[in-house]
Design a protein around this ligand. Structure first.
Ligand code: RAM
Length: 904
């Protein structure tokens, strides 16, 4: 029983931790059934020492009698700052066998203080205005020039190096080079936070970069979220946090003789703005002019006499500078164009075949000064030209100017990103071929954890579209869209999509980081904001958006078991609940003139805002009661249960008639009331019937916006209408998920009618083709069609349900790598039998629900009753219910009619 996937502070890569008690977790792998961990032993030691040298151990937990594999806090000697540690774990199993130590993993401890100071280029030193040999350089480009600062210093190392670590951050964006080599593969560091309150830094092992003798370190800065354009507020067009980017960094060199030398950002650095990056902005793009090549600027002995001294910054200190919590942004995939068409003698349009987020690498050859203009778009217009109207004010344009080296020159931007499928390249260049261009897909590098495939290709495309939407919008924060002048961390979108996102990928660390952004953005009143980090949309308290402050930590806890995050958010959640109650003393959400987005982008239906808001408030209260219970706070639990009851009663008295009809009679009204459990038992079935009537009246179409879309299919399924849920899944006429897919969508669209056959493109004012919210149906695919889910009172995947809802699909295969290991549900219905293969990881249990027919239930060909690891088998009219322990099983229910499974 070998532990694997060792995680420290929720990361498998090397995290830098700033807590005295970092938490450890692992996953167990073991053959056979009913496998359990009965004890564990953890050891932690400094990197370089041996784990069996007792004099060097910082912590040896000894054998701890426990089956726990999550959230185990370090409790050894105090961990010194700025150090690297190794840890491992071994376990004892159910037969008292102690197994071998796991492959060790690393973590670093944070800096305790910075010896470095923030530096910036001197704004009084103007960059050269145009390359010396190009008098014709277009004036309109020069106007926009705001070249990136390049900064450097040299340092001498004169004794053997045992380790070198770089700690670096920026107000803006930063890329570091040491001795001519780019450090690491992180992109767009340090990501986005409210820079007035909190900035993250990265730690990199640079031992391989630094050498005995002369060394040089260099940094390139971009404006990024700090000083560039963000969002859509034209009154406040850029520089939300500051005007000019700044650098903070420090290299700690540990020597073999035990000494440490520190090289920091300080007044001795020199800077220039005469490098190749002439302009960069997240929304508008980047301009690179290779004629400004700086040669070996980040190598030692470079002549920087025409560079100028940097200024030590006078910007007020940031209160909190913390190590980066989540995985960095990286290139996570590369795409080759599926075609290139020549639009005019100097215009080529590449099609990458996939709406993606990131940028392109262009490899071209041409004369010095050749200027190539690249524009990016998600869609094509009727005439085959790129459709950019929906980007609003985002120019999304990269410019590459060739140095004319007689060789192939390779261009790639540094400090921008675009959302696109099509790339138009314009310029005097030999005809371009697909080989000239590569799409680089850029995303926060969250590991994949889920997969879903089934017998219906349209549904498989839906799953791919959801994943691409996630990839493209999880860039440091979860954003609404990646292409237009917006890209904000909308709370509503996030709370709707996180249950799905956390099945597709391990967003544990990513969300705990964004959780801090949410706390940083909370108003003094207690209201949570509309967006976090909080800029552009400065309002707060919107129902279903602000409620994310409560929903997100709870969703996160249920997926990942992160109690510390829940505890940290708890007082803020309490403040929010107090705020709503203060504003709505009658227990119905009634605050006039408040921020309210309603059931955003619903079609032909208007759900009364008070119905939505009050249902969400009840939902918050119910979450609070459950969270209080988990946190061991019985008094608050009772108080919130009571509040939940009172809000539900007020909701029913005001909005629900005896026949279960809810004010507005809309799909989302019924869906939310049912999902959040605010209806009394006797009205639930009636309300569900009204919901189905509504869907039927629309010819089996949905009408929900963001808020209803994610809960719709789960509610239908739970209310006894799985066939209706499947019907909506497979629907491909407007409006439906299938409609966009039938019309070529490779991502989830912002609106059901983003493009329709009858009306063409929706208004360019708000029409993103890469918005994940409506992709919130993804959780239903995993949790109901695949069937892997947690029961109401079951947390963190110790005891799961595997209850497939097959509909008319012939098969579905679902895998989910949970915090406790991988669950698989792989079912096929054919020839009067329903086959379900499952994997349940060690230390966990599952209850399976399998469609029952006239024949028996077999496991591995014999009676399921007698199978090893099966602890109970029961049946009612419709289903077998089987309880199993860990392991791999193959069940078959025989005589299931009709051939495609039960009729619900
Ligand atoms: C739009 C955003 C987002 C939504 C808000 C209310 O501008 O795209 O998706 O949450 O409005």
């Amino acid at each position: 029983m070998q532990p694997s996937r060792l995680r420290c502070e929720h990361r498998e890569d090397v995290p830098c931790v700033d807590t005295p008690a970092p938490r450890f977790a692992w996953t167990l792998n073991a053959d056979g059934r009913n496998r359990r961990q009965t004890a564990y032993q953890i050891r932690v030691w400094p990197d370089g020492a041996a784990h069996d040298d007792p004099t060097r151990l910082f912590w040896d937990s000894g054998m701890v009698e426990s089956s726990e594999t999550l959230e185990i806090p370090y409790s050894g000697l105090p961990l010194p700052p700025a150090s690297t540690f190794v840890w491992t774990v071994r376990v004892r199993d159910e037969s008292d066998i102690v197994h071998g130590w796991a492959e060790p993993a690393l973590f670093r401890t944070a800096l305790d203080s910075w010896g470095a100071v923030w530096i910036r280029h001197n704004p009084l030193v103007a960059p050269s205005t145009r390359p010396s040999d190009d008098a014709s350089y277009p004036a309109e480009l020069l106007d926009r020039e705001e070249p990136s600062p390049y900064m450097r210093r040299e340092f001498q190392v004169d004794s053997e190096i045992s380790r070198a670590t770089l700690y670096v951050t920026a107000r803006g964006l930063v890329e570091v080079q040491v001795n001519g080599q780019r450090v690491g593969d992180n992109l767009l560091d340090p990501g986005w936070t409210d820079y007035h309150k909190r900035i993250e830094y990265q730690a990199h092992d640079v031992t391989a970069y630094v050498r005995n003798g002369p060394n040089a370190i260099g940094a390139i800065l971009g404006t990024g979220w700090y000083a560039g354009h963000v969002g859509f507020d034209h009154e406040h067009p850029s520089a939300w946090y500051g005007h000019s980017p700044e650098l903070l960094c420090e290299v700690r060199i540990e020597h073999a003789d035990g000494r440490t030398t520190i090289v920091t950002s300080d007044g001795s650095w020199r800077a220039t703005r005469n490098g190749p990056i002439r302009y960069s902005d997240l929304l508008h793009g980047e301009r690179i002019d290779a004629r400004y090549g700086l040669g070996g600027w980040s190598k030692p002995n470079f002549d920087d006499t025409d560079w100028s001294p940097v200024l030590v910054s006078e910007t007020p200190e940031v209160p909190i500078i913390v190590p980066a919590r989540a995985q960095p942004i990286r290139v996570t995939a590369q795409l080759k164009p599926i075609s290139v068409t020549q639009q005019a003698s100097d215009t080529f349009t590449f099609d990458l075949g996939q709406n993606m987020v990131g940028w392109v690498r262009l490899a071209v050859q041409g004369p010095r000064g050749t200027r190539l203009e690249l524009r990016f778009a998600e869609m094509l217009d009727r005439d085959g030209s790129i459709y950019t109207a929906n980007l609003r004010s985002a120019r999304a344009q990269d410019t590459f100017v060739l140095a004319g080296t007689n060789e192939i020159e390779v261009f790639e931007p540094h400090f921008t990103f675009h959302g696109f499928r099509y790339v138009e390249v314009r310029g005097e260049i030999d005809p371009l071929l697909p080989e000239n261009l590569t799409g680089l897909v850029v995303s926060s590098d969250t590991p994949q954890t889920g997969s879903f495939t089934c017998s219906d290709e349209m549904v498989n495309q839906l799953q791919r579209n959801i994943e691409w939407g996630q990839r493209g919008n999880f860039i440091s924060v979860p954003t609404d869209c990646p292409q237009r002048d917006e890209r904000l961390g909308w709370l509503g979108d996030a709370q709707i999509f996180l249950p799905t996102a956390s099945l597709n990928m391990d967003i544990d660390a990513f969300v705990s980081k964004w959780g801090d952004d949410v706390l940083d953005a909370q108003s003094p009143s207690g209201a949570y904001s509309d967006v976090a980090p909080r800029i552009v949309a400065s309002t707060d308290g919107a129902p279903a958006w602000a409620d994310a402050g409560v929903i997100v930590p709870w969703t996160h806890y249920r997926r990942y078991g992160d109690l510390r995050m829940l505890r940290r958010h708890w007082p803020h959640m309490e403040r929010y609940l107090a705020y709503i109650e203060r504003e709505n003393p009658k227990l119905l959400w009634s605050r006039e003139g408040m921020d309210d987005y309603g059931d955003w982008l619903s079609v032909d239906e208007h759900t009364p805002p008070e119905v939505i808001a009050t249902a969400y408030w009840a939902h918050d209260a119910s979450i609070m009661a459950q969270a209080a219970d988990v946190l061991g706070n019985t008094e608050r639990k009772i108080a919130y249960q009571d509040l939940y009851g009172r809000i539900s009663k007020a909701f029913n008295d005001a909005y629900v008639d005896d026949d279960g009809r809810i004010r507005g009679n809309t799909q989302t009204g019924y869906v939310l009331a049912l999902a959040f459990g605010v209806l009394p038992a006797e009205k639930r079935a009636k309300a569900a019937a009204h919901l189905v009537e509504n869907i039927e009246d629309r010819g089996w179409h949905l009408a929900t916006g963001f808020l209803g879309a994610g809960h719709l299919c789960p509610v239908l399924t739970e209310s006894g209408y799985p066939d209706v849920a499947h019907r909506l899944l497979l629907q491909d006429t407007y409006p439906s998920w299938g409609y966009s897919i039938r019309h070529g969508a490779t991502t989830i669209w912002e609106r059901w009618d983003g493009w329709t056959k009858h009306a063409g493109f929706q208004t360019p004012e708000m029409n993103s083709f890469n918005h994940y919210s409506l992709g919130a149906i993804g959780a239903w695919l995993f949790e109901y069609v695949g069937g892997i889910r947690q029961g109401q009172d079951e947390f963190t995947y110790e005891n799961v349900l595997i209850a497939p809802v097959p509909g008319d699909l012939a098969y579905a295969r679902t895998t989910y790598r949970s915090v406790r290991g991988t669950f698989v549900s792989d079912w096929v219905q054919a020839d009067s039998r329903f086959t379900l293969k499952v994997d349940v990881p060690p230390n966990t249990r599952a209850t399976l629900t399998i469609p029952a027919g006239s024949g028996p239930l077999l496991e591995g060909g014999s009676s399921a009753q007698d199978a090893a690891g099966v602890t109970s088998v029961q049946r009612d009219e419709q289903f077998w219910t089987t309880k199993i322990t860990s392991g791999h099983y193959e069940f078959q229910a025989l005589g299931v009619q009709p051939a495609r499974g039960p009729k619900f």
